[in-house]
Design a protein around this ligand. Structure first.
Ligand SMILES: [Zn+2]
Length: 407
């Protein structure tokens, strides 16, 4: 099986290389926004959509436009990659319910992708139009490098993420199954009875972030001090995000190593983020990221991640006899089953119920579960209707995301 693996390294470009990178980021951003504007305008005028290939051709032509000759300062493949990114953003919007593509802004994280022509040598990485940039290779690459994404964070740190591919025998994991209850109080509780608390260093870093954010609010707009404060906030933000990602990588590594099957709830993260009392804790623990990490790491090791239906009453059900304790509240950390008399720890019991629960069948989300921009978008015509009227040929296409796309 073909396995993809990304390796991220810190880069230390010189002042001159930073300027060259700024040119690459800026031009690529311009092309992305130009394509987005063009696609939207085209849709507004004609009601149909510009494909990836239309835009790709348009960008190539743009470079010969006398007003856009400066685009030649950028690596051509970096610009093409941005057209691809936009196509992917639209695809995500129509197929996976991610938000509508947004404009790229200078103050956000910047990135460009090089599909080819990147070379590596001892402590240096070669980027077209930029040159040999100093890098810290803290680990060895496994597989064949396929593309390299260079990014600059809001606090001004540079990274290269190298996507590698390798062919591998499908592994078989013979480890046992585990139920995982992800939560706010503890990061996770396992059906084995183990609790994994939120790491303390993360809590400390978050407190410092909150303090820096308050300090930023007190600074006068447009002042030097405000710029300094904003830089400190951005750096601390990244520190917290890195610490969180590190924790989740370590936990997912351990779980996928020790267990062949990992069962957890299929959580409606977007829905929960709307509930503001829960929102902070959920965003903090990075549940979505955690599930993703577990899934790809399990795949490397031959394990599986099974998600149970989120409407399954895991907390209220006794894992011994199946009795449902319907009056259980959020405050009850422990409860005794009225049927069999077992004393339950709330979270450990939930993890054990999750371990034994049936795996949820994927179902069509209801209108309320969809993000607002995807609600009430009418399918062009149902396939069964098409067959009944004997006009099936053209209609399969009409119902595809490409044709029904707006923008
Ligand atoms: Zn019971």
């Amino acid at each position: 099986m073909l396995v993809r693996h990304a390796f991220k390294f810190r880069l230390y470009p010189t002042g001159e290389q930073c300027q060259q990178l700024a040119v690459q980021f800026g031009h690529a951003r311009h092309v992305y926004n130009w394509c987005l504007a063009r696609r939207q305008a085209y849709y507004a005028d004609t009601g149909s959509t510009l494909s990836y290939f239309d835009l790709k051709r348009a960008v190539t032509a743009l470079k010969f436009d006398p007003d856009y000759l400066w685009l030649k300062e950028a690596d051509s493949q970096v610009l093409q990659a941005k057209v691809e990114d936009l196509a992917r953003a639209y695809k995500g919007f129509f197929e996976r319910g991610t938000g509508f593509p947004t404009w790229k802004r200078k103050k956000d994280r910047q990135s460009v992708r090089y599909p080819q022509r990147v070379r590596f040598k001892d402590r240096r990485i070669y980027l077209p139009k930029v040159g040999w940039v100093r890098a810290i290779f803290h680990r060895e690459l496994i597989g064949i490098p396929k593309s390299v994404t260079v990014s600059k964070t809001a606090s001004g740190a540079y990274y290269a993420s190298v996507q590698c591919e390798r062919e591998m025998e499908p592994p078989v994991h013979t480890g046992p199954a585990v139920g995982v209850d992800v939560g706010l109080k503890d990061l996770a509780v396992l059906s084995t009875g183990e609790r994994i608390p939120h790491p303390r260093h993360l809590r400390r870093a978050e407190k410092r972030l909150a303090r820096l954010q308050r300090a930023l609010l007190r600074k006068v707009k447009g002042s030097k001090n405000r710029d300094k404060a904003r830089h400190l906030v951005a750096r601390q933000h990244e520190h917290v995000a890195n610490a969180r990602r590190d924790t989740l990588h370590k936990l997912s590594h351990r779980l996928t190593r020790d267990f062949g099957t990992i069962r957890m709830e299929n959580l409606n993260i977007r829905g929960m983020l709307k509930n503001h009392t829960l929102a902070k804790g959920i965003a903090d623990s990075g549940w979505g990221m955690f599930v993703g990490f577990c899934q790809y790491k399990a795949q490397w090791r031959g394990g599986v991640v099974a998600q149970i239906d989120r409407f399954y009453p895991s907390t209220k059900t006794c894992h011994v006899c199946g009795h449902k304790h319907n009056t259980l509240t959020l405050k009850d950390r422990e409860w005794t089953c009225a049927e069999c008399g077992t004393l339950h720890d709330r979270d450990v019991n939930a993890a054990r119920v999750i371990l034994a629960a049936p795996t949820g069948t994927p179902r069509t989300p209801t209108q309320r579960e969809l993000p607002p921009e995807r609600r009430n978008v009418k399918p062009v015509e149902r396939l069964s209707d098409a067959k009944a009227s004997g006009r099936s040929a053209g209609l399969a296409e009409a119902g595809s995301p490409q044709a029904s796309s707006r923008g």
